[in-house]
Design a protein around this ligand. Structure first.
Ligand code: NAP
Length: 462
């Protein structure tokens, strides 16, 4: 028998929302409606689609108070941070701004004899499978270009953030995007995989765990359905001897702790040149001690609970294992009395760590960071690349040339210098190794939601 999907709030453990997933029959009917609605949507002028998408995001902005409150209940983010509106608005504006140029045909020849051009057509129906950690931003990354390019979109959001898809659908429908062009649905894994296997979608954007990525790839196998897989990370920071120490501590620790460390490009390991190591560690400890763990609705709370008790359990286990293997924890959990042994987890900094410890190799996705001393670039590059993941690397140096040279040797999707944990909508969001295979945002973000079509028209000459 089908069971409801429950959203357990990390704030107090209550069932905050529950929804019945679609039956297989209803899911298939939903997919048919998405397919049927797409051609008329694609036939509308590009400017009209852009205007409707921008209007949808404007409607979402009107719901800001509700969205911020619900985010706190659903995944624990402190309300003081005000949701994800800055990023949502910036990314929407940028993708809308570049749409006409990016989607314009490439004209190879327009002469008396031939018209030869490559146009980009919508792929058809796009499925977005979204995670809970940045539930609006991760959806917007694909939703906006997919709709602008003329696709219909089906959104299956994470069980932890069940209401996010509903808010997005409310906003876009209120703005005039037809209901069958953008559908938010509650689906269990089996039904999602079965729909993919039945070729219900032309492109699947999956953002989530590596194991989820494997499952989606398996579901799509043999169907020629294209997939964008934006998966986990274990992103490093490297502080060179010539770094601005205060700026490095401030940004890297924020990158490690913001959103309770639940950022795909959050900083999970830091390598510091031996000349700065002691000072870095001392300042990092002071930085973390200033955090306030607690109820996300309290205005002074800067660190909320993790989104789910089971996510906090993983971090606790990794830290305990590392400490048993010789790592030194620098933060006394007693400084954070809100730590309840469950979702509310005190932040931690570990030193004396090695790459034999899971906390330095596997994704933690929580408020913990390991710091290691390095002798220079060679050692740092080796350690940064010693990871199954490749999402971002953050280099701290005054020397842009050195950063470019180091960057060329890093197995990563993005190289930052003197910043971290930030997505620039004009740059491609991508990864390598087990971080998967995706290319979101930027002009390249339109490539996966469109397909090329060539026109080779020979004119009759009399
Ligand atoms: P997750 O457990 O893999 O879930 C992500 C989404 O996929 C959820 O909607 C989930 O649904 C769904 N899902 C998982 N397995 C599925 C399957 N077999 N069939 C259909 N749907 C499936 O990941 P998460 O815990 O929500 O997110 C955290 C992970 O996302 C971290 O590893 C993080 O690094 C990664 N992430 C990566 C990026 C990036 O840009 N590379 C961005 C953000 C997050 P349910 O919730 O219903 O299970």
């Amino acid at each position: 028998m089908t069971k409801p999907i429950q959203l357990i709030s990390p704030v107090d453990g209550r069932v905050y929302a529950e929804r019945m997933p679609l039956s297989m029959a209803d899911a298939k009917a939903m997919a048919r409606r998405a397919r049927a609605a797409q051609p008329a949507w694609a036939a509308r002028p590009l400017e009209e689609r852009i205007a409707l998408v921008k209007a949808g995001v404007a409607k979402l902005n009107e719901m800001k108070d509700l969205v911020v409150e619900e985010l706190a209940w659903q995944m624990g983010r402190p309300t003081r941070f005000g949701g994800e509106f800055g990023g949502v608005n910036d990314r929407t504006s940028y993708m809308a701004e570049i749409a006409a140029e990016t989607l314009a045909p490439t004209v190879v020849e327009a002469s008396d004899r031939f018209e030869r051009r490559i146009v980009r057509e919508a792929v058809g129906v796009v499925l977005i499978v979204a995670p809970w950690n940045y539930p609006y931003l991760t959806t917007i990354n694909t939703l906006v270009p997919a709709l602008i390019a003329g696709n219909s979109v089906v959104l299956k959001h994470a069980s932890q953030t069940l209401l996010v898809g509903e808010r997005l659908a409310d906003a876009f429908h209120a703005a005039g995007v037809p209901e069958d062009v953008f559908q938010n649905v509650v689906l269990d894994h089996g039904t999602t995989e079965a729909l993919i296997g039945a070729r219900a979608f032309n492109f699947v954007n999956f953002t989530g765990s590596v194991s989820g990525g494997y499952a989606i790839e398996r579901a799509a196998a043999g169907t020629f359905t294209a997939t964008g897989l934006e998966l986990g990370g274990k992103d490093p920071g490297y502080v060179r001897a010539d770094a601005d120490l205060d700026a490095a501590v401030d940004s890297l620790m924020d990158g490690a702790m913001f959103n309770a460390g639940q950022c795909c490009c959050g900083i999970e390991r830091i390598y510091v040149h031996e000349s700065l190591y002691d000072a870095f560690v001392e300042k990092a400890v002071a930085w973390v001690k200033a955090l306030k763990l607690g109820n996300p609705f309290e205005p002074e709370t800067t660190l909320g609970p993790m989104a789910n008790v089971r996510f906090a359990r993983v971090v606790r286990e990794q830290v305990a294992e590392a400490v048993a293997a010789g790592a030194k924890p620098l933060i006394d959990p007693a400084l954070f009395p809100a730590d309840d042994g469950g979702a509310y987890l005190a932040p931690q900094i570990l030193v004396n760590v090695t790459h034999d410890m899971r906390v330095m190799k596997e994704e933690s996705f929580g408020p913990v960071v390991g710091i290691m001393k390095v002798s220079g670039d060679e050692e740092a590059i080796g350690l940064m690349n010693d990871s199954p993941y490749g999402l971002t690397c953050s280099l701290w140096t005054e020397d842009a040339e050195a950063a470019a040279e180091i960057g060329a040797r890093l197995e990563t999707g993005t190289v930052y210098m003197n910043r971290c944990d930030y997505l620039d909508p004009a740059l491609c969001w991508t990864g390598c190794k087990d971080t998967g295979r995706g290319a979101a945002l930027s002009a390249l973000g339109y490539m996966s939601v469109t397909r090329p079509k060539s026109y080779h028209l020979k004119k009759v000459t009399k």
